[in-house]
Ligand binder design. Structure first.
Ligand SMILES: Cc1cc2nc3c(=O)[nH]c(=O)nc-3n(C[C@H](O)[C@H](O)[C@H](O)COP(=O)(O)OP(=O)(O)OC[C@H]3O[C@@H](n4cnc5c(N)ncnc54)[C@H](O)[C@@H]3O)c2cc1C
Length: 257
C-alpha cells in the first residue's frame, strides 16, 4: 500500500478498504462492462469516517468516485484506475421512524426496498419505487433525483426529502437534517445535493417524508388515443380522492398507444 492508502486504512480499519482482486472482482456500472478499475475501494462506517477520508484525499489531490447500489444507468459511478471508490455499503442503518410526523431518518446506504418495508411496518408508505428497488440506495436515489412509477402522484424524490447530511470534497460536513415540511429558514442546501450525482459532495444521511399507506389499490391498463387526451386523463385522475368512487392510489405507470 502507498502512504495515502495506509492513512485511509488507519481511518476506516482493515475491513474498510479493499485492494487488488477484491476491487477488480466488483462491478462499477449497470449494465456491467467489466471489473471495477479503481486502485482502492473504501467502505467507511460513519459520516465522520467519510469526512476524514475526503479531507485526506482532498489534501493529496486524489479523485474519489461514490458508489451506492450501482444501478445508475448513465455510468456516473464508473471509476478509472487512478480513482478511489468510496462505497456507502456499510452505512446502511435506519436510525428513527417518526410515525406522528411521518418521517424516517437513515444512512444513505440503506436500500430503497428496506425503506419500503420499514414504512409499511409502521403503517406508512415511501412512494418512490422502481425495478431496481432491491439494489439501489437512498443516497444514489437522491443523487440521481430518481422518479419511478409513482412519480405523477407523488413527485420525484426531491418531493420526498425533508433533510440531507452531506460531506463536501474537503471533508466539511453539511447538516440539513430538518424533519418538517414547513421550513423557510434560509437557504435550502439539500436541494443542491439532489440530482447532482455526487459532484458537490457525498450524501451520508437523510430524512425522508412518508405518506399514509393507501387503503386499497386498483390497477387499470389505459390506452390513450392522443397526447391531448393524456393530459385531460391525468387531470381527471389528479382530482381529490373524494371525487373518485373508491379510495385508491391513482396514476402509477401510464401506457400510451
Ligand atoms: C431496473 C431499473 C429500473 C429503473 N427505473 C427507474 C425509474 O423508473 N425512474 C428513475 O428515475 N430511475 C430509474 N432507474 C434509475 C435509478 O434511479 C438509479 O439507478 C438509482 O437511483 C441509483 O441508485 P444507486 O444507489 O444504484 O446509485 P449508483 O448507481 O451507485 O450511483 C448513481 C450516481 O449517484 C452517485 N452516488 C451514489 N451514492 C451517492 C451518495 N451517497 N452521495 C453522492 N453521490 C452518490 C454515483 O457516484 C453515481 O454518479 C432504474 C434503474 C434500474 C436498474
Amino acid at each position: 500500500m502507498n502512504n495515502l492508502l495506509d492513512q485511509i486504512q488507519n481511518i476506516v480499519g482493515p475491513s474498510g478498504i479493499l485492494l487488488g482482486d477484491e476491487v477488480a472482482g466488483r462491478s462499477d456500472s449497470w449494465p456491467p462492462t467489466g471489473g471495477c478499475q479503481a486502485k482502492a475501494l473504501v467502505r467507511p462506517a460513519s459520516t465522520e469516517e467519510v469526512s476524514k477520508v475526503l479531507k485526506l484525499c482532498h489534501a493529496e489531490g486524489q479523485s474519489v468516485v461514490t458508489h451506492g447500489g450501482l444501478t445508475g444507468l448513465v455510468g456516473g459511478a464508473r471509476a478509472g484506475k487512478d480513482d478511489i471508490v468510496l462505497s456507502l455499503e456499510r452505512m446502511n442503518g435506519i436510525e428513527a421512524v417518526d410515525t406522528i410526523n411521518r418521517t424516517v431518518t437513515l444512512e444513505a446506504g440503506v436500500l430503497l426496498q428496506k425503506v419500503h418495508e420499514t414504512a409499511e411496518d409502521a403503517g406508512l408508505l415511501f412512494p418512490l419505487d422502481f425495478g431496481a428497488r432491491g439494489s439501489a440506495t437512498i443516497g444514489g436515489n437522491i443523487s440521481t433525483n430518481a422518479g419511478g412509477n409513482s412519480v405523477i402522484r407523488y413527485g420525484m424524490i426531491r418531493d420526498q426529502i425533508l433533510g440531507v447530511e452531506a460531506v463536501l470534497a474537503d471533508g466539511t460536513i453539511i447538516s440539513s437534517l430538518k424533519g418538517v415540511i414547513k421550513n423557510n429558514t434560509g437557504y435550502d442546501l439539500k436541494q443542491l445535493f439532489i440530482g447532482s450525482e455526487g459532484t458537490l459532495g457525498i450524501v451520508t444521511r437523510a430524512v425522508l417524508r412518508l405518506r399514509p399507506l393507501p387503503r386499497s389499490r386498483n390497477t387499470a391498463l389505459v390506452a390513450i388515443e392522443d397526447f391531448d387526451r393524456l393530459g385531460r386523463f391525468l387531470q381527471y385522475m389528479d382530482r381529490p380522492l373524494a371525487a373518485h368512487s373508491v379510495h385508491s392510489r391513482s396514476c402509477g405507470t401510464i401506457f400510451t398507444s
